[in-house]
Design a protein around this ligand. Structure first.
Ligand SMILES: Nc1ncnc2c1ncn2[C@@H]1O[C@H](COP(=O)(O)OP(=O)(O)OP(=O)(O)O)[C@@H](O)[C@H]1O
Length: 223
């Protein structure tokens, strides 16, 4: 089992203290859900861990050993699914897969993954939102990172692909630790073992929809 620990994560934009001494950890074998209202800082948190933005303060350890955020990408510690697609729109899926996995078993496994044959001849730019997210996740899944940070893998995705993606994430947690943030909160709650909400810069543990309502992420329904 491997452990990624994030602590002392603080960041402000001007006078806005977005993240205030945030700390959490993720182990391989678990999926962590991260919630928060628009603008609460979820994407900033993920990008800070990836080292793709610089923040006021952050401390990372991998398996108890301190690491710099600048080492996260080169040492393939965490894979990252950004909100916006990172694949070239003009290429066909069947050409993108070998571009990232030039040969070998991983390439075959992606081509033979359930559902890929149905869209491998399409250009990336012509895929449905669900096909595109599924493809991006399949590519990430076959990379060696022990951890994955996923920014909105379900948003705008049709139900059929949401199910496929959940199945994929469930199978991936056998070997990886995964942090997922998405406003499709029911899907996240279904797959995550531990959940947190980011509110006014601080991270609070939540268990269910009731807790999300208590933290004013969900509206409390009148009885
Ligand atoms: N480079 C920047 N300069 C100034 N403010 C920024 C910058 N990047 C993000 N912000 C602000 O920080 C806040 C948090 O943004 P972030 O994208 O992390 O939120 P989020 O929780 O992921 O939101 P959403 O649910 O809408 O995706 C927002 O108010 C945003 O406008």
């Amino acid at each position: 089992m491997r452990t990624l620990e994030v602590s002392k994560l603080s960041h402000s934009f001007g006078k806005n203290q977005l993240l205030c001494d945030v700390a959490f950890s993720c182990k391989t074998g678990e999926i962590i859900g991260l919630f928060g209202r628009n603008g609460s800082g979820k994407s900033t948190l993920l990008k800070a861990v990836m080292g793709i933005i610089s923040v006021d303060a952050v401390s990372l350890t991998l398996d108890g050993v301190k690491v710099k955020t600048s080492e996260v990408i080169p040492k393939k510690m965490t894979g990252y699914l950004p909100q916006d697609s990172f694949l070239p729109k003009e290429l066909k899926v069947r050409d993108v897969i070998p571009l990232i996995f030039p040969e070998g078993e991983a390439q075959d496994r992606i081509f033979y993954s359930p559902g890929v044959a149905a869209f491998e001849n399409k250009k990336v730019g012509k895929l449905s939102a669900g096909q595109l997210k599924y493809l991006e996740l399949l590519l990430l899944a076959h990379m060696p990172h022990p951890f994955l940070l996923l920014d909105e893998p379900f948003s705008m995705v049709e139900p059929q692909y949401i199910e496929k993606i959940k199945e994929l994430l469930f199978s991936l947690k056998a070997t990886k630790g995964i942090v997922v943030t998405d406003h499709y909160y029911r899907d996240v709650l279904e797959i995550a073992v531990d959940n947190f909400i980011l509110k006014k810069g601080e991270l609070h543990k939540v268990e269910n929809e009731e807790d999300l309502a208590t933290h004013e992420y969900l509206k409390v329904r009148n009885q």
